[in-house]
Ligand binder design. Structure first.
Ligand code: PHE
Length: 493
């Protein structure tokens, strides 16, 4: 590959042009563009694609939701991903310091460091529940391997899931193991192990999804599944649904919280940010759509409920594995790979907090990992208990106006609340600030130099990041808050 550089140490090995910020001395860079793409894909592809995408699609009625989601990936996700990588590479620090430095470089307030802060907190909160769900996937490995699901009917599979989540002890144990696994890697430094894991495991996960597609075709309900995913019926979409589609575009691409910014900070100067972003977004979307094409035919073939919620894949996939040839083998392998996919994402969720705390408190990577690991674990208890002991502890929030009631959260458990707050609010807000900074405040000369795309594409990117992405985020926010309905009702349109 022409643009691959050997794993170098900082400026001298990578011949940074003097106009850009010099990477801090000795900072290791990714060994090639491919490694960066793999690591960013490792961050992007995770539970979001295989667990979350199918279940929120099911909760929001299918096709119309998917279409809005795809639109958000293309119109908001890719341009913001380019912006986030670009800021990371130019700053070459943790997100907080990066934003402070860049703001200074372009003559703006250092309070842009707050953007980094928002990301550190969002990553921390997401990991607290992400780890519990990854724990479910881990709990399924021994169940799959010992053939628990062989020949089971839908109802029996449901009760396996129900008994897992109703046990605080099991969830706690798996959550603890997963946090420990994540922190082990993080403590050693992200790059070495990650590169290897992703090169080998991602393609395997992909192959298994293809095998499952054959099973889905075999159910005889493939067409219904496809129709559900791809025939948009806009009467099924709510303002809440639009907000979740947008929030999920950020979540699934790992955007808006500094993960991709930190990964971008290790990117050699001469790699194309545009190509890398498109490649990552493409693979991420492909995996999500494949997962959907596997799940929904199984849902319809077994007369299950598409809107079954967070347990959806745990109730459907075992049915497939339990009834197919070599199902025990494939099923075990599948959940192992799902755990790996979650693992490579969880590392990137906590990495901004680690790099930031190392710098701020001048502690070693190991100490930063132990402390953050403990805190995330503690926070995760909220989610663990929200599925059992504290499942009745819910709250709703709605704004009622004389033009109608706008429900924001309904019977939300702690898990629902954390998920809503992070995916639907914090990530889009972080993304909005990134777009505004990169599109409006950063000097054009700098973004042009970093992105290094041709005369035609730079204005396209600039237009998307200045107008389209921020406007879409703001409109969706206002819509979800009921402001748009309010204005329409006043104006009688
Ligand atoms: N993108 C990951 C997934 O889809 C989750 C994630 C979100 C990771 C934000 C990092 C940052 O599972």
């Amino acid at each position: 590959m022409s643009d691959s550089v050997s794993l170098g140490k900082g400026p001298s090995a990578n011949k940074e042009p003097s106009a850009g910020r010099e990477p801090s001395a000795g900072r290791e860079l990714w060994s090639s563009r491919l490694t960066f793409i793999l690591a960013a894909t490792g961050s992007a592809v995770g539970l979001g694609n295989i667990w979350k995408f199918p279940y929120i699609t099911g909760e929001n009625g299918g096709g119309a939701f998917v279409l809005i989601y795809l639109f958000c990936i293309a119109g908001i996700g890719i341009p913001i991903m380019m912006a986030e990588i670009m800021l990371g590479r130019r700053g070459r620090q943790d997100p907080v310091t990066t934003m402070k430095h860049l703001a200074k470089e372009s003559g703006h307030s250092r309070s842009w460091g707050l953007l980094g802060w928002l990301g550190v907190i969002a990553g921390f909160l997401i990991l607290s529940y992400y780890s519990v769900i990854a724990g479910w996937a881990m709990a399924y490995i021994p169940r799959m391997a010992s053939g628990v699901f062989t020949g089971l009917e839908a109802e029996a599979v449901n009760s396996v899931f129900a008994s897992l989540v109703s046990s605080p002890e099991s969830l706690l144990a798996w959550h603890s193991i997963f946090i420990f696994m994540t922190m082990m890697i993080v403590a050693r430094g992200v790059r070495g192990g990650l590169e290897k894991a992703v090169t080998f495991l991602m393609p395997m996960l992909f192959v298994l999804l293809i095998i499952l597609i054959f099973y889905a075709i075999d159910t005889g309900y493939f067409k219904q599944g496809l129709a559900y995913l791809f025939n948009p019926d806009f009467s099924k979409i709510t303002t809440e649904g639009i907000l979740s589609a947008m929030g999920h575009a950020f979540f699934t691409l790992s955007l808006g919280m500094g993960a991709i910014m930190v990964y971008g900070s290790y990117l050699p100067k001469n790699t194309s940010i545009a190509k890398a972003s498109i490649a990552v977004a493409f693979m991420d979307t492909l995996v999500a759509l494949l997962a959907g094409m596997v799940i929904f035919p199984i849902v319809f073939a077994n007369a299950l409920e598409p809107g079954a919620g967070p347990g959806l894949i745990f109730k459907t996939l075992p049915l497939a594995f339990g009834n197919m040839d070599y199902g025990t083998l494939f099923g075990t392998l599948f959940f192992v790979l799902l755990v790996f996919a979650a693992w490579t994402s969880s590392i990137s969720l906590i990495e901004p907090a680690i790099t930031w705390s190392m710098k701020t408190f001048k502690v070693s990577r190991i100490r930063a990992s132990v402390i953050s690991g403990f805190l995330v674990w503690l926070m995760g208890l909220l989610t663990v208990f929200s599925f059992n002991l504290a499942s009745d502890f819910t709250f709703s929030s709605a704004i009622s106006t004389k033009y109608g009631e706008f429900v924001i959260l309904k019977d939300a458990t702690a898990f629902d609340f954390l998920d809503y707050l992070t995916s639907n609010i914090m990530l889009p807000l972080g993304g909005l600030m990134i777009a505004i900074y990169a599109g409006w405040l950063m000097k054009k000369a700098y973004s042009r130099e970093e992105l290094n795309i041709n005369r035609f594409w730079y204005p396209v990117w600039s237009f998307l990041v200045r107008y389209v992405a921020p406007l879409m985020v703001v409109v969706v926010f206002l819509n979800a808050m009921g402001v748009i309905a309010f204005v329409r009702s006043i104006m009688g349109i």
